[in-house]
Design a protein around this ligand. Structure first.
Ligand code: DUC
Ligand code: ZN
Ligand code: ZN
Ligand code: ZN
Length: 484
């Protein structure tokens, strides 16, 4: 059984041209004029692009006393509905839990995925066991990225010595560290002060996490990565302070990547102020939404290339779950959804406004992250031999976003009422037509784990610090005594 996508215009990160695409099994077999196949998908008037890759999602994640409500089933269904064909989730070991044990828990959940997926491994504690298991995670489990939370003090947060040790271990293994960059000590202090002064509502969440906490942590992580001689990926870059640090690092030749979220690009801090409690609490996430000047900075970064990827940090909690934080904003589960809306919102506010070209749109939603994660051109490409993860994009199709018609399992949508123009006509996951004009034909369990091999050249970061220091073997001395 073959499928041909006919009459469309192919848009990749660097080319725009008219051609048909022949799909056999899971992959693209041929690209060219006048192809035929058993099934024909009409792409006339449409752009055919690599399916979106969302490198930042939290599906059924244990967090703040509950679990995020979208799991691998509803989350990946939402992804496909919006033209995203691969997600990368975060595997979070409990304190003292083996990384491999946590991975097997994640494998139990991800079997329900409708589209392909991978994991980042989080470093939530430090010790000899973690140091050793990191090698197995990279070499045997096919995971080449490790996440570090610089916030969530007393829970997920790692200390600087642990982060430095882990970054050095990443460098040895050909892996890349990721950071959630917020100064967790300052956040904890500001939160306590706000609460004791009687500020308990969701707007206080934003006051407790000003842009400076993000800028400081981003700078710190960049410097620590430089000393470890390893590239760095900064998740959910939300403000100019963080973007400025990334920009400067890149100008200095450091491989540092920044990832704005579609929420931060299109929703601002006014969502927290003079709004009913539920409205504001539903939008509580970390980092919080910022003002319009920060949004301009993020858009400029995408256009100029100083920021490379648009993600969602999809971490969806119901209104009921959010209400755990009535009377104490620090107990509102942090997180917002966006998986289904990332591509349509970015197209509407990026391509339709002229802020991004179509090719830049493909770069920041798919191709750049495929390269960064070392899965290009299996993913993120329209090439013979690549996985047939494709979206046939109808630039004329419009809708108003509403929780009533979404795939996500929660009872609201942070983009409720927003109009989008530009939506999938078809979404294909490894050749399987999974969405046709909003109609779901995806299959639970179709998704497969995507292995990501260690980096080679990319790990030779341009660290000046290493050159100034006597060569040394990192090995186990990287483990701080306090962490063992
Ligand atoms: N931020 C959120 O808002 N939710 C999940 C984790 C995070 O860092
Ligand atoms: Zn985060
Ligand atoms: Zn409201
Ligand atoms: Zn996250």
């Amino acid at each position: 059984m073959s499928t041909v996508i006919k009459g469309g215009t192919i848009v990749t990160a660097d080319l725009t041209y008219k051609a048909d695409i022949l799909i056999e099994g899971d992959t693209i077999a041929r690209i060219g004029p006048d192809l035929s196949g058993d099934t024909v998908l009409d792409a006339s008037g449409c752009y055919v692009m690599p399916g979106g890759i969302d490198p930042h999602v939290h599906l059924e994640m244990p967090f703040m006393g509950t679990y995020s409500t979208d799991d691998f089933e509803s989350g990946t269904r939402a992804a496909l509905a919006g033209g995203t064909t691969m997600v990368v989730d975060f595997c979070l070991p409990n304190p003292d839990q083996s990384l491999l044990e946590a991975l097997s828990m994640w494998d139990n959940k991800s079997g329900r995925a409708h589209c392909d997926y991978s994991y980042h491994m989080a470093i939530t504690w430090w010790g000899e066991q973690v140091f050793d298991e990191m090698a197995t995670v990279v070499r045997e489990k096919g995971i080449n990225t490790f996440k570090h939370f610089m916030a969530y003090k007393g829970a997920l947060m790692v200390q600087d010595d642990e982060m430095f040790a882990s970054f050095q271990r990443c460098a040895e293994l050909g892996a890349m560290p990721l950071v959630h960059a917020e100064n967790g000590d300052v956040v904890a202090d500001l939160s306590a002060k706000l609460l004791s002064a009687g500020n308990s509502g969701p707007e206080a969440h934003a006051y407790s996490r000003p842009p400076q906490v993000e800028g400081e942590a981003t700078n710190r992580a960049i410097m620590i990565a430089d000393m470890a001689g390893v590239p760095l990926y900064v998740v959910h870059t939300s403000c100019e302070e963080s973007h400025e640090a990334i920009r400067r690092a890149r100008q200095q030749g450091k491989r540092v990547y920044g990832e704005p979220l579609i929420q931060h690009l299109t929703l601002d801090e006014s969502e927290y102020f003079d709004k009913d409690w539920d409205h504001a609490a539903r939008r509580v996430m970390s980092p919080p939404f910022r003002n319009k000047a920060h949004q301009d900075s993020l858009w400029a970064g995408l256009a100029s290339g100083s920021l490379q990827v648009v993600a969602t940090d999809h971490c969806a909690f119901t209104t009921q779950q959010k209400r755990t934080g009535v009377g104490d904003f620090t107990k509102i589960p942090n997180g917002t959804g966006g998986l289904e809306d990332r591509l349509p919102m970015l197209w509407t506010h990026g391509v339709n406004t002229g802020r991004l070209t179509m090719n830049e749109f493909v770069a920041v939603t798919s191709t750049n992250i495929a390269k960064i994660l070392n899965i290009y051109p299996k993913k993120g490409a329209v090439l013979a031999g690549a996985d047939a993860d494709l979206v046939v994009w109808d630039p004329e199709k419009e809708k108003t976003i509403s929780a009533k018609s979404q795939q996500s399992a929660i009872d609201y949508n942070v983009f409720e009422g927003k109009s989008v123009k530009g939506l999938p006509r078809f979404t294909l996951s490894r050749g399987r037509v999974s969405v046709t004009d909003g109609e779901m034909t995806s299959r639970e369990g179709h998704g497969r784990f995507v292995r990501r091999e260690p980096y080679t050249a990319v790990n030779k970061a341009l660290s000046t610090w290493k050159e100034l220091t006597a060569p040394r073997k990192v090995e186990r001395t990287g483990i701080p005594a306090s962490g063992v």
